[in-house]
Design a protein around this ligand. Structure first.
Ligand SMILES: NC(=O)c1ccc[n+]([C@@H]2O[C@H](COP(=O)([O-])OP(=O)(O)OC[C@H]3O[C@@H](n4cnc5c(N)ncnc54)[C@H](OP(=O)(O)O)[C@@H]3O)[C@@H](O)[C@H]2O)c1
Length: 291
């Protein structure tokens, strides 16, 4: 598979595989199918409760731990130096591995964090994550849902730069300012929900996408993925069927024009999933007891 080069010189497959979440809990079969289809880069999180299935699938696949890239995240109730170390140990245990390839802070603002407090908590957590790299338990660090003002706070304090920032990105929610800030600071933007989670009458039903899909003889989902790749964004689509898994890798035999990229970049906002890092306080909890 083609690769993106990260700011530390290492490489990532251009398309990863998302494991959020119900379909993959206690179900290694779908992940085994993804490995069989050629996916080697997997996104999970302590919040998703899919780390164990991913670890089981990697073991059973026989491809070898060193040939798979695992990305996982600590959740908002796992922030702070000591909590972060405990979170890492739990993730390693569930994934049945002794290192994480990319370890992420999942969300920039903890529940109820008002004022500027979040900045200190973020940098304290990041320092602990840097120690994890020094200890050999983590290879690279990343962020998730960090908008430019959150990312700036980390960039000003860090010794180890994040290699990626995972954001909700798809046609209709392309967060141009956040993506530009990532590119300007040599942090690879990564797209979560790159298919807009298949929401009807939004991304899926959009006339622009339908027209482009017809023009290129591809699916709307393939147009979404191609759009992201041409904008220098790494998508991590989720799929449960083999046909979807294969189709999401089959996006290299056509190229959108500059005008089409512009048109898709300027689409009306649609299919936003409604979670804003500064204003929505997720009430979900990770499951630290469930190691
Ligand atoms: N950092 C964060 O805060 C955050 C938040 C949300 C998600 N994520 C990550 O991003 C990953 C992807 O996002 P997502 O799971 O929300 O949604 P998504 O990848 O945008 O969409 C998944 C949906 O699209 C369908 N689909 C996949 N391929 C298709 C195809 N070729 N044709 C038609 N339908 C297709 C899937 O159906 P089938 O299952 O039937 O194939 C599923 O219903 C997650 O799994 C997770 O790893 C991160």
């Amino acid at each position: 598979m083609r690769e993106f080069i990260l700011n530390d010189g290492s490489k990532l497959p251009q398309i990863g595989f998302g494991t959020y979440n119900e379909e993959f809990k206690d179900n290694k079969e779908a992940i085994l199918t993804a490995i069989d289809c050629g996916y080697r880069f997997f996104d999970t999180a302590s919040l998703y409760e899919t780390e164990r299935s991913l670890g089981n699938a990697i073991k059973e696949s026989g491809v070898g731990r060193e040939n798979v890239i695992i990305e996982t995240k600590l959740w908002i109730d796992e922030m702070g130096a000591e909590n972060a170390w405990r979170a890492l140990d739990r993730s390693l245990y569930r994934l049945q591995t002794d290192y994480i390839d990319i370890y992420m802070m999942h969300w920039p603002r903890q529940t109820g964090a008002d004022g500027e407090d979040w900045k200190t908590l973020d940098t304290e957590t990041w320092k602990a994550m840097e120690e994890m790299v020094a200890a050999g338990k983590v290879k690279r660090l990343g962020l998730s849902n960090f908008l430019p003002h959150h990312l700036k706070n980390i960039l000003e304090a860090c010794s180890i730069k994040p290699v990626v920032d995972q954001l909700e990105l798809h046609p209709g929610y392309s967060q141009e300012a956040a993506v530009a800030y990532c590119h300007d600071h040599d942090v690879l933007p990564m797209a979560w929900s790159p298919l807009g989670r298949g929401r009807e009458n939004a991304t899926i039903g959009n006339a622009i996408l339908v027209r482009l899909a017809e023009k290129y003889g591809k699916s709307i989902q393939q147009i979404n993925l191609r759009f992201l790749l041409q904008k220098g964004i790494l998508p991590i689509p989720k799929a449960t069927s083999r046909s979807h898994m294969l189709s999401n890798l089959d996006v290299y035999d056509f190229e959108l024009t500059e005008d089409e990229i512009s048109l898709l970049s300027c689409m009306p906002q649609t299919a936003w999933l409604g979670e804003h890092p500064d204003f929505v306080i997720p009430d979900r909890k990770s499951n630290p007891g469930n190691v």
